[in-house]
Structures are given as structure tokens and as C-alpha cells.
Write a protein that binds this ligand. Structure first.
Ligand code: FAD
Length: 389
């Protein structure tokens, strides 16, 4: 990646790529342990929720039977290499009945009851539909048993999904700050796209050896040859890191119960205490009343991005797409909807975060942290290759 590591990430991120690399290096082990803890490793989602935006009649496939576009030549390969197999979730995660039984005792253990009772009335400050997680059809999924990796999902269906996501970045208001908002929105979705591209290149199936591992050529073709895509991953890291930094003083109310309560809290503290407020300056985006309409537009467009995940026909891609868009939605809520002068209001917003928003927030940070670690590894592979060439 031909970029100067001492330059600033830009767009309100007053830190360099190198500074983010250093922070990431420090927090990586604790963040990894955190997302492997019982509280943070389970996510809930409805895999059968219908795509709310389009149907077969206008050319898109929403039928489960045409679940995945098969990459050319894939049908020559054994069944376990087919995208619908690679992209499916492990059987245990998909057993809805079992998941529901386990969930009862699991949820009791997690002491989420106090938060669930808090009223959510008031103006809409949500960037995703948080009711999604309470749907009857939703199942619990162990994220650590279903890593984000190459699934073979591709072709027309996935590119149509990406174009729909980018099309949301089309603000009609001609207000001050529109450019900043448009730029931030674009960087968020492009950073998500690039982070997914990094994971699928890093954990890729070599069809000749049947082994999983990093694929440098693929990484370069998807991400590495486009410095702005790499930069957008760093931008997203800064956005989520700032949201975590911002809620740090209010996290003491969170309860994780039982034996691992203290462990989880100390891992959170050690991750969050390494973050720095200058990593992202959210105040320049929607800073006055004029831009409140723009902020509403931004919020509803981002909500659409989270809903577009219900149109993804690869279970595992949908799972990680939902986790990450929910994580960004939660970050945006924290950054843009918390009144900075009102301590009580800040505590209330944090107290009202649902368990799944918290899980998504930390897992999204972990995804970006893993992407940055992988980018640095790919850079070493690239330099080694140049030396041996
Ligand atoms: P695509 O990645 O589909 O991109 C389409 C076009 O967008 C490109 O031609 C390019 O012009 C542009 N573009 C690409 N990247 C960027 C960027 N970062 N910023 C701006 N523009 C860009 N596949 C997996 O193997 N594993 C997964 O876990 C996975 N998860 C997914 C989750 C979602 C929500 C979606 C929509 C897709 C997911 N996919 C996953 C599929 C993957 O993202 C690609 O769509 C697929 O690999 C086909 O890639 P492509 O090269 O055809 O271009």
C-alpha cells in the first residue's frame, strides 16, 4: 500500500496511520480476548427476514432457492467448496430450538434485564432497527464458531447489494456541511467494504491445496492497490474508537454478572483506556441547528444500510454484515446523539444500549482491529515478495 504512514488519516481524524497502528498493537490481545468472552461472542439475528427494498419482480433475487451466485468454475469443485456451504453457519448455531433453550439460561446469566426495562421513548436517535434482535425468528449465533472469511459469495447479487449501499450516499439537502457528511458516509461504507475484502483475502480458501490462509494477490486486487480504501478502514477504526472513548466514563454501570464480570470489565478498561479523544472529531459534522436536518437524513440513510443486510443471501456474510452495520450504527448514535453538556443524558444513553448493540460495537471494533493487523501483515508479505523477485 503506497501510503505515507506519518500522514493524517484525514476527515476529522487528527491521528496518523502509524499512531493507529501503535494503538492497535497495544490493544489487540485484550480486544481479542474480549470478543471471545461469553458475553461478547454471541449475537442474535433473523436469517429469514425478508429484504424490505426489492423483490423478484424488479430483477433482484429474494428467493432462498437462488441463495448464492456461484463464482465461475465453482461447480467443478467438491460440494464442501461451494459458496452456500462455505457461507453457511455451523449447524449448532442454526438449530433454532436449541438456541432458544440455551438462550433462556444464557440471557439470565447475562443480567441484561435492567437495560431491557428502560423506556426508549423520545426522539428517534437510532441508526439501526434495534427491535430486530427481539424478533421471534431470531437465533443465537456463536461468532467465534463462524469467523468472517472467504465464502465464495459474489457475482451480480453481491455487487448489486454494494451499489444499493453506495446509492444511499445521495444527500439531497443543500446545506452547509453536506460535503463533510457525504464524505463521512462514503468513507464508512467504503471502509466496511474494504474491511470485508481484507478478511476474505486474509482467511481465503486455496482451492488447490484445500488450505485456508492469506492471499496477497487477492488483497492487492481488492484493497491494497487502492490507498483510499485502506485509509477508509483506518477512518472507521477512528470513528468506532472515538465512540468507545466517549462512553468510557459511563461504562461502570454495566453489569456482566457471574464469575467473569471482573475479567470482562478489566479487559474493556484496558482496551478503552488506550484510546485518545483526538482520534476523531465528531463535532465538525453536525455542529449547529442548520445541520440537524442533514443529520436526520444521514441517520435514516444509514438505517437503510443496516436493513439492506437483510437482502444478503449468504448467511455468514449477512451475519457479519449485520454485526458490523449495527456496530457502526451504535457508534454513530454515541457520537452524534449524545448531548455533550449533559452528564445525566450521557449516562442514560449508555444505560439504554442493548446487549446486542454492545456486542456489535466491540465486535465491529475487533473486525477493524483485525483488518489493520492483516494490512500490516500483507504489507510485510508484499515487501518480502519484492525482495525475492
Ligand atoms: P465487490 O467487492 O462486489 O465490489 C463491487 C464494486 O465496488 C467493485 O467493482 C469496485 O468498483 C467497488 N469497490 C470495491 N471495494 C470498494 C471499496 N472498499 N470502496 C469503494 N468501492 C469499492 N464475501 C466473502 O467471501 N466473505 C464475506 O464475509 C462477505 N461478506 C459480505 C457482506 C456483505 C454485506 C456483502 C454485500 C458482500 C459480502 N461478501 C463477502 C462479498 C464480497 O464483498 C464481494 O462482493 C465479492 O467477493 C465479489 O467481489 P468483487 O471483486 O466482484 O467486487
Amino acid at each position: 500500500c503506497k501510503m505515507d504512514k506519518d500522514s493524517l488519516v484525514g476527515s476529522s481524524c487528527d491521528v496518523t496511520f502509524k499512531e493507529i497502528n501503535d494503538i492497535n498493537h497495544k490493544i489487540r490481545p485484550d480486544l481479542l480476548s474480549l470478543v471471545h468472552s461469553d458475553f461478547f461472542k454471541y449475537f442474535k439475528l433473523d436469517l429469514y427476514k425478508e429484504c424490505p427494498f426489492w423483490n423478484d419482480n424488479n430483477g433482484y433475487c429474494v428467493n432462498r432457492a437462488c441463495a448464492v451466485d456461484v463464482v465461475e468454475d465453482w461447480d467443478q469443485l467438491p460440494a464442501y467448496w461451494q459458496p452456500e456451504v462455505l457461507g453457511s453457519l455451523t449447524n449448532e448455531s442454526l438449530s433454532a430450538d436449541q438456541a432458544r433453550d440455551d438462550e433462556c439460561s444464557f440471557l439470565d446469566q447475562l443480567c441484561d434485564n435492567s437495560r431491557a426495562k428502560l423506556s426508549r421513548q423520545g426522539p428517534d436517535i437510532e441508526y439501526c432497527d434495534i427491535e430486530d434482535f427481539h424478533n421471534d425468528q431470531s437465533v443465537l449465533v456463536d461468532l467465534t464458531a463462524n469467523p468472517e472469511r472467504f465464502t465464495g459469495y459474489g457475482g451480480e447479487q453481491s455487487s448489486q447489494i454494494w451499489s444499493s449501499i453506495y446509492r444511499e450516499n445521495c444527500f439531497t439537502l443543500n446545506e452547509t456541511g453536506q460535503c463533510l457528511a457525504k464524505d463521512a458516509f462514503y468513507r464508512l461504507v467504503s471502509g466496511l467494504h474494504a474491511s470485508i475484502g481484507t478478511h476474505l483475502s486474509n482467511d481465503h480458501l486455496n482451492t488447490e491445496t484445500a488450505k485456508w490462509g492469506p492471499n496477497l494477490e487477492l488483497f492487492m486486487a481488492r484493497v491494497g492497490n487502492f490507498p483510499e480504501r485502506v485509509a477508509n478502514i483506518y477512518f472507521n477504526y477512528a470513528v468506532v474508537a472515538k465512540a468507545l472513548w466517549k462512553i468510557q466514563p459511563y461504562l461502570s454501570h454495566l453489569e456482566f454478572c457471574n464469575a467473569y464480570h471482573e475479567d470482562v470489565k478489566s479487559m474493556i478498561t484496558s482496551v478503552v483506556s488506550n484510546l485518545d479523544s483526538k482520534i476523531f472529531n465528531e463535532d465538525v459534522l453536525f455542529h449547529d441547528d442548520i445541520s440537524s436536518k442533514l443529520k436526520n437524513d444521514f441517520r435514516s440513510r444509514f438505517k437503510n444500510v443496516t436493513k439492506i443486510m437483510d437482502c444478503v443471501h449468504c448467511d455468514r456474510c449477512r451475519l457479519w454484515g449485520k454485526v458490523q452495520t449495527t456496530g457502526y450504527a451504535t457508534s454513530l448514535k454515541i457520537l452524534f446523539e449524545i448531548d455533550t453538556d449533559d452528564e445525566e443524558a450521557k449516562q442514560t444513553v449508555v444505560d439504554k444500549l442493548t446487549k446486542y448493540e454492545l456486542i456489535a460495537l466491540f465486535n465491529t471494533f475487533d473486525r477493524l482491529s483485525k483488518s489493520i493487523e492483516s494490512i500490516n501483515n500483507f504489507e510485510k508479505m508484499y515487501n518480502d515478495k519484492l525482495l525475492t523477485a
